[in-house]
Design a binder for this molecule. Structure first.
Ligand SMILES: *Cc1c(COP(=O)(O)O)cnc(C)c1O
Length: 421
């Protein structure tokens, strides 16, 4: 059994019960299911094989969704490369053993140092987001006398129909190059001896649940790739997952069928950059109830995890399932709770009016599910709260894959100048 599920009323991750894991790691802590990541990867990989036959494709995991070395290593063993957005993520991908040739560098603001390190290590592809960045890459590649394989990230001007803060493919978003400008940049890239324009890419947003936006975007990608005779196409990420019971994610065969129908005829390798899809459901934030506070006409469940640990609800109004680790044996009934963290912000709220089986008591363990993507990677130390540890379970095996940060670690990074000491 993979992922998070109850067995005899106790939450398990893969084959292991959650309480002893949390007993060791303390709360809050992150727990990942290796088996779930394997299952998601296999599902995508096999749907692509079904749709594409022997047409060549590559999966480059978007590391920004979860950059833990153990997770990157696991995905690498399954065959994934990486999509990175910083020099730091390049180091992570390489430390996880991924060959640089399987790494794609995305992002609107690549620094000179990051571009230079990417070229020095022989990165597979840099996805260029502007004329200014192309000029920068040409100049760095010529200085270093190193070849740069680039793709142009086009902005297809489609509405992904997702939350405004994770929409990236509209013409008024900061991402990508307008299709009309692609041809002249393509020629510019060709004109440099050190730049090899290999393909086109796009990424229209995240948590996309409908086929329409993908179909429109792939259409634009196909026609532009044809016009420029691009040698590969990169469809980005964006596949949505079910956070709520009534969420209906896009069926994988439908998604892969769109890729085949729109991009198959080009007969060039296809690259995918899934992030959330591969890891979201594989992670949970485990936390303990500190207090049950009676407010005016409502009850607050105050957890020891906060928005500094999991930012998504505060940042995107994201909805996460919140389950008790131990289901009450003989539930008395159900009551609504506002489930909040300890951080001094009203936005530090994980759920409003969530119905939980009673009794619920201080000391109870709760699991905030579907937190494997854009969870630990977005954590901060706001309110001087150290970063929580991460544990990977993989079937019957278990390991701490990031040690708990301590308050001493935090203090050690600050310094008081001598005129104040
Ligand atoms: C964030 C991002 C992805 C991954 O998006 P998901 O919605 O997590 O699949 C892929 N490509 C690029 C360029 C990104 O910025």
């Amino acid at each position: 059994m993979e992922g998070f599920h109850y067995r005899d009323g106790v939450l398990h991750v893969d084959a292991l019960p959650v309480p002893p894991i949390v007993g060791e790691a303390g709360t809050p802590c992150w727990v990942y299911s290796g088996a779930k990541i394997r299952e998601r990867y296999a599902a995508l990989d096999s749907a692509l094989r079904r749709a594409l036959g022997d047409h060549s494709f590559r999966i480059a995991f978007a590391c920004k969704a979860n950059g833990n070395l153990a997770i990157l290593r696991l995905l690498h063993t399954l065959g994934a490369g990486a999509d990175i957005v910083s020099g730091g993520e390049l180091r992570r991908a390489m430390a996880a053993g991924m060959p640089p040739s399987h790494v794609i560098f995305s992002g609107v603001g690549k620094s000179v140092q990051d571009i230079a390190s990417a070229l020095r290590c022989g990165i597979g592809q840099i996805n260029v987001e502007s004329a200014e960045e192309l000029a920068q890459i040409i100049s760095i590649a010529e200085d270093l006398r190193l070849s740069a394989r680039i793709a142009l990230r086009i902005n297809p001007d489609v509405d992904a129909g997702t939350h405004a803060k994770i929409t990236t493919g509209k013409s008024d978003n900061k991402f990508g190059i307008p299709v009309q400008a692609a041809e002249s940049l393509w020629r510019k890239a060709h004109a440099s001896r050190f730049v090899e324009p290999v393909g086109l890419s796009l990424h229209i947003g995240s948590q996309i649940m409908e086929p329409g936006p993908f179909a429109q975007a792939f259409e634009v990608l196909a026609s532009t790739a044809k016009a420029l005779d691009a040698q590969s196409v990169d469809v980005g990420g964006g596949l949505g997952v079910a956070y709520r019971e009534h969420d209906r994610p896009l069926d994988l065969d439908t998604y892969c069928g769109l890729i085949r129908d729109r991009l198959g005829p080009l007969k060039v390798p296809i690259i995918l950059e899934p992030g959330r899809f591969l890891v979201a459901e594989a992670g949970a934030l485990l936390t303990r109830v500190l207090y049950i506070k009676k407010g005016l006409g409502k009850q607050y469940l105050i957890l020891d995890a906060g928005m500094n640990d999991l930012l998504r609800p505060a940042l995107y109004d994201a909805w996460h399932p919140i389950w008790p680790v131990m289901r009450p044996h003989d539930a008395e009934g159900e009551l609504p709770f506002d489930i909040v963290g300890p951080v001094c912000e009203t936005g530090d709220t994980f759920g409003i009016g969530r119905r939980l089986k009673t009794p619920v008591a201080p000391g109870d363990l709760m699991a905030v599910l579907c937190a494997g993507a854009y969870g630990a990677v977005m954590s901060s130390t706001y309110n001087a709260r150290p970063l929580a540890p991460e544990v990977l379970v993989d079937g019957t095996r278990k390991a701490t894959v990031r040690a708990a940060q301590t308050i001493e670690d935090l203090l050690a990074q600050d310094a008081v100048p001598d005129w104040l000491s």
